[in-house]
Design a protein. Structure first.
Length: 378
């Protein structure tokens, strides 16, 4: 949170209680925290000078010790279907991607939690890049901050839903992700309802329990296979937390918050459709048995190919046949539409071509160079 160069505290990633302690440590009233949070997250103000309900000398004092600094926007683009993508540069020069997907009344922001990922799922290009570093809470919430920028003329609720489905495994960056989620939910922050904030995990069982203890948000599990042999291959972390343990963790997560309505909540099971690998009718039937006692809905994701990927996207017929088997058995099963393909920006499929040296990424980098926008984001 401390910017070493300038020695300033970045208030962007601070939760309300942390900010209250910060103001208390300055000998100030705690209610300053909610005022400042509102300026930052609801009005998009980064300059303390503009926070006019704060006394002048406190504003000057704040400017000396603190800052509100989101990542810099190095590239942004809107696809033909309205999907908007930002490439953001972090301290140290790493780049991440954030995507906003409009769909009717919904505006879903797909947020990254790490640069790269250490878990190496076989179909994921983020995994293929390896792990670079965790994002700070300021860098995570900074993605929401940027997507809500008021100076872009967006409606006040510029983001209606957040899914932690960008780059990285959010539960491996728990200590930064949880504060960022709290700011998304906080009425002084973005005031998003807990049903509209989803954490997606590859299935880190102990961390799923910790998340359940810390927060009540929607959970998505990257399942991708109905048995351990296949899942070991696709999602290697399955060797540590096999399906039986994963399903038990899903049930615990749901039970924790079952309300008086009898727990209508369900886990979203993500299932990337890989031609001839996990998309056959017998896989669907095995999946039915696996999910028998876990309230869930299934989201079939068309595989997003990347250079040297060892898989192909399943045919439309295979996806529909798979979906029908699940639906006929009474399960909710949706097929994710591919979005923003012309800018490589489908949610959950951010490929980070900035990092690799394939021909596709070189073409893309040339585009970035042409369209590079100046001046960061504040
Ligand atoms: N690490 C977390 C969240 C980020 S990945 C997780 O694994 O859940 C977000 C989603 O995108 C996951 O369901 C992931 O399996 C999926 N995904 C990754 N690579 C993909 C690809 N090439 N095509 C389609 N979906 C992909
Ligand atoms: Fe990491 Fe998720 Fe990609 Fe697996 S799918 S490598 S957990 S980002």
């Amino acid at each position: 949170m401390i910017n070493v160069e300038q020695g300033k505290v970045n208030l962007l990633g601070m939760t309300l209680p942390d900010m209250e302690s910060f103001f208390a440590s300055m000998g100030q009233a705690r209610f300053r925290a909610s005022q400042v949070m509102k300026w930052i997250h609801q009005r998009g103000v980064t300059d303390f000078e503009l926070m006019t309900n704060i006394a002048k000398d406190l504003r000057l004092q704040l400017a000396e010790v603190a800052e509100v600094r989101p990542p810099s926007v190095v590239y942004e683009h809107t696809a033909a279907d309205g999907t908007h993508k930002w490439v953001l540069e972090l301290d140290g020069g790493s780049r991440i991607e954030t995507v906003l997907i409009p769909d009717g009344d919904r505006r879903t922001l797909c947020v990254s939690s790490q640069v790269g990922c250490s878990l190496d799922c076989s179909f994921c290009s983020t995994g293929k890049q390896g792990f670079q570093r965790d994002l700070t809470s300021a860098e995570i919430i900074g993605q929401v901050f940027i997507a809500c920028r008021r100076d872009q003329g967006d409606a006040p609720r510029a983001v209606s839903n957040v899914v932690m489905m960008g780059m990285g495994e959010p539960l491996l960056n728990f200590d930064a992700v949880v504060p960022a989620l709290n700011i998304m939910l906080d009425d002084w922050g973005y005031g998003l309802s807990k049903r509209r904030v989803t954490v997606s995990t590859s299935g880190l069982v102990p961390m799923m329990d910790r998340l359940g203890e810390a927060l009540d948000v929607a959970l998505a599990v990257s399942l991708h296979a109905p048995n351990d042999a296949l899942r070991n291959e696709l999602v290697p972390v399955n060797r540590r937390y096999p399906l039986r343990e994963l399903m038990a963790a899903c049930r615990r997560y749901l039970q924790r918050y079952q309300g008086p309505d009898g727990g209508r909540r369900r886990i979203t099971m993500e299932y990337v459709m890989l031609a001839g690998v996990n998309d056959q009718p017998e896989h669907a039937r095995e999946l039915l048995r696996l999910l028998n006692d876990v309230p869930s809905k299934i989201n079939l994701i068309p595989f997003n190919p990347f250079p040297h990927a060892p898989y192909q996207r399943s045919s439309r017929e295979a996806v529909l046949a798979f979906q029908k088997i699940l639906q006929d058995a009474g399960l909710t099963c949706t097929v994710r539409s591919t979005r923003g393909d012309d800018i490589d920006a489908a949610c959950g499929q951010l490929v980070g071509q900035v990092q690799d040296k394939t021909r596709r990424s070189q073409r893309w980098q040339q585009r970035v160079a042409v369209q590079e926008i100046s001046g960061g984001s504040s």
